[in-house]
Ligand binder design. Structure first.
Ligand code: PNS
Length: 164
């Protein structure tokens, strides 16, 4: 498979939601391989799930897609990681207009750092428009139900985390 048809899908994935899953599956129509790359920031990480837990959840969700979808983690600049992986494209999802400014800034900065690297934006699926990892965690922590918004393995782990 051509190395230049690899796309990196970076993020915190704390945890992966059905919005992410939908986006990855649609992205597979365009790219041969996708690396779901979980960013780590040792010492400053305030995530609910450990890096190992997040990687495990992603691998469980995509276990049938071993050859085309990989889960990995990286430290440092995303553009350097993408270069090491031989990828020329970064994938990001866009939900509402509120995502735009942050995404635009990141895409511009990444482009300035590595002009050969492009950011491709995918619109989030309509049923996941309002789903975010942050909201999902908040709702579960307060006793709400997020089934249908996250994969079942993630739902189970969220409930365990918050003892629900
Ligand atoms: O899921 P998130 O939290 O919106 O993802 C943000 C992420 C991980 C893509 C971004 O913070 C990132 O790229 N971090 C790696 C460090 C880096 O390259 N920073 C400069 C970005 S312009």
């Amino acid at each position: 498979m051509a190395q230049n048809n690899v796309a990196i899908y970076p993020g915190s994935f704390d945890p992966i939601t059905n919005g992410h899953v939908d986006l990855v599956k649609r992205t597979l129509r365009v790219f041969d391989r996708i690396i779901i790359a979980i960013a780590t920031n040792p010492g400053k990480d305030s995530s609910l799930f450990s890096l190992e837990e997040r990687l495990e959840m992603v691998r469980e969700v995509f276990k049938g897609f071993n050859r085309r979808i990989q889960a990995d983690s990286f430290e440092g600049l995303l553009v350097d990681y993408a270069e090491r992986k031989g990828a020329r494209v970064i994938i990001r999802g866009l939900r509402a207009i509120s995502d735009f400014e942050y995404e635009f800034q990141m895409a511009m900065m990444n482009h300035r750092l590595k002009p050969n690297l492009e950011t491709f934006f995918m619109m989030t699926g309509e049923s996941e428009f309002y789903t975010s990892s942050r909201l999902v965690k908040e709702v579960v922590s307060l006793g709400g139900d997020v089934s249908g918004l996250v994969p079942s393995n993630v739902l189970k782990r969220l409930r365990q985390k918050f003892d629900r």
